[in-house]
Design a protein around this ligand. Structure first.
Ligand SMILES: [Fe+2]
Length: 199
């Protein structure tokens, strides 16, 4: 007997890759380290050991090349999700410089719709981002699983790669594994809040 299935309520994590990442990231790295010099304390959030800037780079003209791309990508995702036309997209973005040993505890991003990360500098084992299964009632009583699939995994890790961006729903819990490389992982993280301009 044939059994068919439907995918209900799928959770999407989007990714894109900047083909021009070498030159793009060289400039971004320069700006990231310069910003840290100006504000060495940054903010303490979910970051252990790493430096995180304040959520202000969307207002800094020098960061506009990256913040413009983030917004363009999120708008494109919005089209794929059939959001109403002419929605307003408000961005908040910040820089992360995560030295060896740095990690981020599991968290989600309140008061936001889309969140994401763009990698400017990575190395092997520099700290994957991992996502937690949001279907929490299903975690209460799991059947014995011989081999995990996308349908039964409770945690999925995605690799950090210079030039890559991930965007995910802000409610999706995630963390970053410790940087086990010998160099910094540098990236830009962001939140995008979407609203009806007429509201
Ligand atoms: Fe996050």
């Amino acid at each position: 007997m044939q059994i068919l299935s439907s995918e209900l309520f799928p959770t999407l994590v989007w990714t894109t890759f900047f083909e021009d990442h070498e030159a793009f990231n060289a400039r971004l790295l320069e700006l990231a380290y310069r910003f840290r010099e100006k504000d060495p304390d940054g903010v303490q959030n979910t970051n252990t050991l790493g430096w995180q800037s304040r959520n202000v780079i969307q207002s800094m003209p020098e960061f506009q090349p990256v913040t413009d791309r983030i917004l363009a990508i999120c708008r494109q995702i919005g089209v794929s999700q059939k959001l109403r036309e002419n929605c307003r997209f408000d961005l908040q973005a910040w820089v992360n410089i995560s030295p060896p040993g740095a990690s981020n505890a599991v968290h989600f991003h309140p008061n936001s719709h889309y969140s994401g990360v763009y990698y400017a500098k990575t190395a092997e084992h520099c700290g994957e981002i991992y996502f937690k299964d949001p279907r929490t009632p299903g975690l209460m009583y799991r059947p014995p699983i011989a081999s995990e699939t996308a349908f039964t995994a409770t945690e999925v890790a995605l690799g950090a790669e210079a030039g890559r961006m991930y965007v995910f729903p802000s409610w999706l819990e995630h963390g970053v594994r410790p940087n086990r490389s010998t160099s910094d992982r540098v990236g830009v993280s962001f939140n995008v809040r979407i609203s009806d301009p007429a509201a």
